[in-house]
Every structure is written in structure tokens, then in C-alpha cells.
Design a protein around this ligand. Structure first.
Ligand code: FAD
Ligand code: SIN
Length: 533
């Protein structure tokens, strides 16, 4: 049994920036941070475009960033949360600059502000086209400076611990569910440890791996969202899975799909059909820089019209030296596939990219479970509504990490460890018989979600998906109850929960809004969030 003051599950921008702030404020308390792989692997590390913040007050202001976020969110953002994130954002970005994060500057020595879809001004701070790598590097180095941060790699959180583990009947209507820590599988020792904590912060990122084609790395299996849902916490808006319009089409297949940043369109890249014609004028006045839901649907539609596997992004007219300086990683990747952006159009296709729904949190990052907070992509904070505005995600992680550390600082001295928690019970379980039982189910799951619950949905497709998910669910629960635990099995189980939450929420929303587009319900009627009981 491991005892700690604060348990942080996840070491991306949200988890690690929270841990650093908490460690700085309270050098007397122990903060235990877990990652299920290593310090380099997170969605954060893959972020390309940058972090959105109102920076140049001559051209930009909070009102504009708020309006752009609300517009992308298509009517269901929480305006109070949008205001908080936008107003506090620049200060949080300044802090990570103080911690050592580098962002590109122009010849005048000012920050070079990029543009992305749905933004009315240039406000994206970036480090070339590998901004996330730079932020993760900064956080990894900074966290090592605090002796009260204990960092464990290769630790897989299985479930959070609540009164349920003390034998009490906990339902979604139980008002006072409390979190006492988590059961965690140590991938090196192959043992399941119990970590007791006064307070737990979930920062496990998104769930893009539920689809066949995604820009998300293998860690993005929605573990935190599934854990909270199993613990009877509140989860909402899971139907809003964001597809990025432009992942690089690679005929050989590639996991994850390589992203061609929206900042490339902000730099002047133009979407064209395979016949070489512009098409975005048919869909939105903002053309290639319309919000993501609109552009992804437009590309999907053009591909279906022509029976294509991709459309094109034309960058051949751009200043190639400036292009390479801003996008060296994207240029090198294209060239490795024989595509020279200076001469060739780049083949692009939409891919699942971001989980807008998740664990419901309030303005201080508190979940519906007492002593359980959540930050980053695993949350439904109210910032993104029905569609996230580009580059608002790193910002959200930074802002809520700060707010959570403020709230916990006020409360932690009033909380004690719950000491009578039983150890993990593996009795009656045996070694898995055949890995194919897991790998094939995972393939089926991704097929179901990609075919029936993708960019365009119908009632029939959603019903088909749910029918098939029920079978996968019962087969996997049987395996889970009889087999010795493994991260692969837990991830499959979590992804099935995520798939169920997405599909069920999509079925509940009898309208088309933001990222959820159902041809049987093309109008907009409802404004409420889809919380699953
Ligand atoms: P992550 O960074 O994903 O971190 C999750 C952490 O949780 C990891 O450490 C992981 O190991 C750990 N974890 C997960 N499950 C478990 C478990 N069961 N047990 C223990 N640990 C666990 N956003 C922007 O704002 N700007 C961009 O330019 C941008 N570009 C992007 C480009 C790509 C290709 C991708 C994929 C995303 C991009 N995003 C961007 C989105 C953004 O990167 C993510 O939303 C954000 O980084 C999520 O941060 P996070 O801290 O919530 O989670
Ligand atoms: C991108 O660079 O296009 C990704 C930005 C984001 O997802 O916010």
C-alpha cells in the first residue's frame, strides 16, 4: 500500500503543470504522479499548432477570443468557463515561459502569432510545429526540481477507490461519493498496488483510440473517463468527438495518423479537391479556416461525392523558406513519403482528434465525486461545448491545473487518508488464454465506431453500433472477471465504455449540433448536455 497526500493520474500538460504548482505551494506535502507509459508519451507531446491566448492587445482582446470560442462551441459552451479560461490564459502561458518553454519570435523580437480555424485573429503561440513537445519537455524538466513530487512511470491506474470498495452500495444517485485513491497496476512488478490519497486528480487525456484512424497516440484510451463513469461520477457530452480535417493520408496506413496542423491553413494553405479545385466556398464563408466540424464534414462530403480516400491541401504558392521555418516537422514528414509541399499538393483526410466531452467539472476543476478533481482533455469543463476551438486545449489544461491547485490548497489539511481500504482482490482469476480475444475485439470496436458513429451519423447506424457494443461489452466483462489483470484488457474495457458513452449520447441528442451530425435530425432544438445515468 502506497500512501500519499495528492495522487495525480496523468503527466501531460494538465497533470504535470498541476503537480508543479502544488509542489511549489506546499513543499510539505507529497504529490505522487503516475503515467502509464513514460514521461514523453502523452497527447500533449504531439500538439503541433500551439496554444491560443490573447497576446497582442493592439489587434486582439478577450471579447474576440471569447466570441470565437462560443461560436465554435455552437451554442452550448458554459459562458462563465469560457470567460475564465480566456481571461486567465495569458498569465498561465507567461508562467510556462518563465519555467523555460520557448515559443517562436518574429524578426522584430515579438512572439510570432499563428492563426487556426475559427480564430478571428492571430493568437497562437507556437514552437515551430512541435509546440506540445516543447511544453512537455519544459514540464518534465521542471517537475524534477521538486523533491516532493514522486513520479512513477509504467503505472497503470485501473480504478479509483470509493465507498463501493468498503462494501457500501454506491449508485449514480448517491450524493456523497468520495474518492480515497486508486488501484494501480505496476507494469514492471506485475503487481496491483493500492494508492491511498487525501485527494486525487485525474488528468488522463482523451479517447481518440476508440476510432480506427486517429491522430492520438496509443495512450489515448479514455481510462480516466471510464474510471469515473464506473465509480458513478458524472460524465457528459461524449457525442462530441472532434475529427481533425487534415491528417496526412498515408496509403500504407499509420498509427497514429500524422497531423498536418491547422496552422498550415492559417499560414495560407488551401483545401482543394483531387481535381485541383477549391471547394470550401460551398460550405462556409471562412473557407479553409472555418471551424473544424464544418471543414471535416466538408472534406468527408467531397470524398464521398468522388469516392476518394483523400482530398488535397495546396501549399505550393506559399513562401517556401518561411513555410519550412514554421513547419519543419510537417515538411520532413511529407518528404519522407515522397511529397514535397513546395511542388506537390498534400493528400489529407479527417481523423479522430479530440474528446470534447468527459468528466463533468466545475469552475475549480471539482468532479461530482468528493476529493476527486479532473483537468485537461478527460473533462467536460464547459469550455468547448459542441466543438473545441483549435489550440484551446493546452490552454484549458494550464488554467484548470492552476485553479485545482488553489482549491486543493484550501482544503487538503482537512482531509485524512481512509486506511481501511482492502487490497486488490485477484482471487479466482487466471492467466489470459489467448491474446487474440483482446486484439480482435479491439479491431471490431474500432470498426464499429468508424463505420457507424463517425463524422456523419444516422439513427440506424447508431442502433447498429449499440447492438454490437453490447456483445463486446458482455464478452469483455466475462474476460475481466476471470482473467489476471493486464493494461491491454483494462484499455479494451475502458474503450468499450467510451464507445458506449459516445453512441448512447449521440442517440440521446436528437438534433445536429457542432461535431454531432445526424442526417435524421438535421435541425437544432436542444440545448442541454447529454449526461448518462
Ligand atoms: P495528455 O497529454 O494526453 O496526458 C495524459 C496522461 O495520462 C499521460 O501521461 C498518460 O500516460 C496518462 N494516463 C492515461 N491513462 C492512464 C492510466 N490508466 N494510468 C496512468 N496514467 C494514465 N491542443 C492544442 O491546444 N493545441 C495544439 O496545437 C494541439 N495539437 C494537437 C496535435 C495532435 C496530434 C494531438 C493528438 C492533439 C493536439 N492537441 C492540441 C490536443 C492536446 O494536445 C491535448 O488535448 C492535450 O495535450 C491533453 O493534455 P492532457 O494533459 O489532458 O492529457
Ligand atoms: C493543429 O495543430 O491543427 C492542432 C491544434 C489543436 O488540435 O488544437
Amino acid at each position: 500500500m502506497i500512501r500519499t497526500d495528492v495522487l495525480v493520474i496523468g503527466a501531460g500538460v494538465a497533470g504535470f503543470s498541476f503537480a508543479i504548482r502544488m509542489a511549489e505551494k506546499r513543499p510539505d506535502i507529497k504529490i505522487t504522479v503516475l503515467t502509464k507509459t513514460n514521461e514523453k508519451e502523452s497527447n500533449t507531446s504531439y500538439a503541433q499548432g500551439g496554444v491560443a491566448a490573447v497576446w497582442d492587445n493592439d489587434i486582439d482582446n478577450f471579447r474576440k477570443h471569447i466570441a470565437d470560442t462560443l461560436d465554435a462551441g455552437d451554442g452550448i459552451c458554459d459562458e462563465n468557463i469560457v470567460e475564465i479560461v480566456v481571461r486567465e490564459g495569458p498569465e498561465r502561458v507567461r508562467e510556462i515561459i518563465d519555467w523555460g518553454a520557448r515559443f517562436d519570435k518574429n524578426k522584430k523580437g515579438d512572439y510570432d502569432l499563428g492563426r487556426e480555424g475559427g480564430h478571428s485573429e492571430n493568437r497562437i503561440l507556437h514552437y515551430k510545429d512541435i509546440t506540445g513537445w516543447e511544453i512537455q519537455r519544459t514540464l518534465n524538466e521542471k517537475a524534477k526540481l521538486y523533491p516532493n513530487i514522486e513520479f512513477h512511470e509504467q503505472y497503470f491506474a485501473i480504478d479509483i477507490i470509493t465507498q463501493h470498495h468498503l462494501g457500501r452500495n454506491v449508485t449514480r444517485l448517491t450524493p456523497d461519493i468520495e474518492c480515497y485513491g486508486a488501484y494501480v497496476f505496476n507494469k514492471q512488478s506485475k503487481e496491483t498496488d493500492t494508492i491511498l490519497a487525501k485527494v486525487t486528480v485525474i488528468a488522463t487525456g482523451g479517447a481518440g483510440q476508440v476510432y480506427k484512424s486517429t491522430t492520438n497516440p496509443a495512450i489515448a484510451t479514455g481510462d480516466g473517463i471510464a474510471m469515473v463513469y464506473r465509480a458513478k461520477g458524472r460524465v457528459a457530452n461524449m457525442e462530441f468527438m472532434q475529427f481533425h480535417p487534415t491528417s496526412l493520408y498515408n496509403p500504407a496506413g499509420e498509427t497514429p495518423s500524422f497531423l498536418v496542423s491547422e496552422a498550415v491553413r492559417g499560414f495560407g494553405g488551401i483545401l482543394k479537391t483531387t481535381d485541383g479545385n477549391e471547394f470550401m466556398q460551398k460550405y462556409d464563408d471562412r473557407l479553409s479556416l472555418a471551424p473544424r466540424d464544418i471543414v471535416a464534414r466538408a472534406i468527408d462530403n467531397e470524398m464521398k461525392l468522388r469516392g476518394n480516400e483523400f482530398e488535397y491541401l495546396d501549399c505550393t504558392h506559399l513562401d517556401q523558406e518561411a513555410f519550412y521555418n514554421h513547419f519543419p516537422n510537417i515538411t520532413d514528414k511529407c518528404k519522407s513519403l515522397g511529397i514535397d509541399p513546395a511542388k506537390d499538393f498534400i493528400p489529407v483526410v479527417p481523423a479522430c482528434h479530440y474528446t470534447c466531452g468527459g468528466i463533468i467539472t466545475d469552475e475549480m476543476g471539482r468532479s461530482s465525486i468528493i476529493r476527486l478533481y479532473a483537468a485537461g482533455e478527460c473533462t467536460c469543463s464547459g469550455l468547448h461545448g459542441a466543438n473545441r476551438l483549435a489550440s484551446n486545449s493546452l490552454l484549458e489544461g494550464l488554467v484548470f491545473a492552476d485553479r485545482i491547485h488553489q482549491d486543493i490548497s484550501l482544503k487538503i489539511d482537512h482531509w485524512n487518508l481512509q486506511n481501511d481500504i482492502p487490497e486488490w482482490d485477484a482471487e479466482g482469476t487466471t492467466e489470459p488464454m489467448e491474446m487474440v480475444l483482446l486484439t480482435q475485439s479491439l479491431k471490431e470496436l474500432k470498426e464499429i465506431m468508424s463505420s457507424y458513429v463517425g463524422i456523419v451519423r444516422t439513427d440506424v447506424r447508431l442502433k447498429r453500433a449499440l447492438d454490437r457494443l453490447h456483445l463486446l461489452y458482455s464478452e469483455t466483462e466475462l474476460l475481466y472477471n476471470n482473467t489476471i489483470i493486464s493494461p491491454q484488457l483494462c484499455e479494451l474495457r475502458n474503450l468499450i465504455t467510451i464507445a458506449y458513452l459516445i453512441t448512447k449520447a449521440a442517440q440521446m441528442r436528437k438534433e445536429s449540433r457542432g461535431l454531432h451530425y445526424n442526417t435524421d435530425h438535421p435541425g437544432q432544438f436542444e440545448y442541454k448536455e447529454t449526461t448518462l445515468m
